[in-house]
Write a protein that binds this ligand. Structure first.
Ligand code: ADP
Length: 459
């Protein structure tokens, strides 16, 4: 509002000053003309030196003075007043050595503009009078009060003030309307953000357009969607954890109660039940250990312990460790690497990640199957491919195998001792290395997991 009203005030000031100046110049020009007219009429007339002709001329001058509403004074070369048309002016016979008079007597017309105590503007104009020989013999002074100058300016100002007020009101209304129109979407965003921060994660902002506020609303919507997803995942995770731990706990309860409420239980039965209880406890501790591993990988500031190592040896070590498991099902593990691949990465975490994939390949292979592990690289990445001829994963489950607690076939996989956390850990560890993991699989034909890890991991 200030920005729009201030220039109007400045303009007002400039216009009223210009009008005043114009008015003054107009009058000044008029007075100058009149003064010269009087001076010219007195030139060569002997008026100054010959008092006898004065009365006739004086009468003429007085009429003239009334006509042009100015005071006319005639002075001789000694600044003595010879004639004054105004009674309140300088007395005839007194001297009037004002600047204008002296300058005029020196040959140059001169004027001054003054404002008196009543704010009236007066103009005084003096011009020389010559005799027949071009000598300065006196001066004529016209004094004129511009009676209407103040009033005219005040009238203009009065009108302008109404104009300024009207423009001000229109501008104010416009500014307020535009501001509230511009701020409306921002207010919507603000109230939505408040709602979101109060926990209403399903809140979305509906704005359409291509401006920055719509872009902000879209960004807030994206952020809220991610928050909602994270919240859903967290809730799902908590319910999965409870469910997964409840299963072995209920088994332990059933087993122990059946022992407690039975009399004369045989020693073998006791042992058998205790073995079952023991394996359920193992299962619970597996789940808890893997959860702890995941939580540790989730800590974003967790630094990778990067060391140089040979990927071939890493894979050979894993295969050697898993051989007894493969032997149980008569599964053959083939390892193929064309050349030695040296890496700089977190060896322990990669070991964990790749072990899970190879162990799965064995777990989900049929008796007597074949698991192939291949190692290759380009200038930047190492590629590890694990191929099995096992049960495979159906199309719609392939994306989900990296989710926590996801099992393609709940019943069968639990029997296989899986927790559903292995591939989540693998995925997380590979992402920490800025690598990627891909899966292609066909039910009853087998699965291929391809892992890409940068040869040198930078933190
Ligand atoms: P689990 O401990 O159950 O093996 P994972 O996270 O390692 O958990 O795997 C998740 C699920 O993905 C498994 O339960 C299984 O259904 C499926 N899966 C993983 N690897 C294979 C594979 N090589 N062949 C078939 N299914 C697999």
């Amino acid at each position: 509002m200030l920005v729009s009203i201030l220039p109007i005030f400045v303009l007002w000031g400039i216009i009223s000053a210009a009008m005043e100046e114009h008015l003054l110049n107009d009058r000044l020009e008029d007075i100058r003309f009149q003064t010269h007219l009087v001076a010219v009429s007195l030139n060569d007339s002997n008026y100054i030196n010959e008092p006898t002709i004065r009365p006739v001329v004086n009468a003429e001058l007085r009429r003239n003075a009334i006509q042009i509403s100015a005071g006319i004074s005639i002075l001789d070369s000694m600044t003595v007043v010879i004639f004054n048309s105004q009674d309140d002016g300088y007395m005839e016979g007194s001297t009037w050595p004002s600047f204008n008079v002296i300058t005029a007597l020196e040959g140059t017309p001169s004027y001054s503009v003054q404002t008196n105590e009543e704010d009236l503007v007066s103009i005084e104009y003096a011009a020389p009078i010559f005799d027949g020989y071009n000598n300065i013999v006196g001066a004529v002074v016209l004094s004129h009060i511009i009676p209407d100058a103040g009033e005219m300016v005040a009238a203009i100002n009065n009108r302008t003030i109404w104009l300024v007020a009207a423009i001000g009101i229109v501008v104010a209304v416009l500014v307020l309307a535009i501001a509230s129109w511009l701020l409306k979407p921002l207010k919507e965003v603000l109230s939505a953000v408040k709602n979101i921060s109060d926990g209403h994660l399903n809140q979305r902002i509906e704005l359409s357009g291509k401006d920055e506020i719509t872009a902000l609303a879209d960004a807030v919507n994206d952020m809220t969607q991610k928050l909602e997803n994270t919240e859903n995942t967290r809730q799902e995770f908590v319910s999965n954890v409870s469910h997964e731990l409840k299963t072995p706990l209920s088994a332990i309860k059933v087993l122990s109660e059946s022992l407690l409420y039975q009399d004369d239980v045989e020693k073998e039965t006791y042992k058998e039940f205790l073995w079952d209880i023991n394996s359920e406890v193992d299962r619970m501790s597996d789940i808890i250990n893997e959860l702890l591993t995941l939580v540790r990988l989730d800590e974003t500031e967790l630094p990778l312990n990067i060391t140089p190592f040979t990927c071939n040896s890493l894979l050979e070590g894993i295969i050697k460790r898993l051989k007894p498991l493969a032997d149980q099902k008569d599964i053959k593990i083939d390892f193929n690497a064309e050349f030695q691949i040296d890496m700089e990465a977190d060896e322990m975490k990669l070991n964990l990640a790749l072990s899970n994939i190879i162990e799965n390949a064995i777990k989900y292979s049929h008796q007597g199957g074949l698991v192939e592990v291949m190692l290759d690289s380009d200038s930047k990445n190492a590629f590890i491919t694990v191929v099995d001829q096992g049960i495979g994963i159906e199309e719609e489950s392939q994306d989900k195998v990296f989710y926590r607690f996801f099992r393609a076939d709940k019943g069968r996989d639990r029997e296989s001792g899986g927790t559903g956390l292995g591939l989540a850990i693998t995925h997380k560890a590979i992402l920490l290395h800025k690598g990627s993991i891909r899966l292609s699989s066909k039910v009853d034909e087998g699965s291929i997991f391809t892992v890409r890890v940068p040869l040198v991991t930078k933190l």
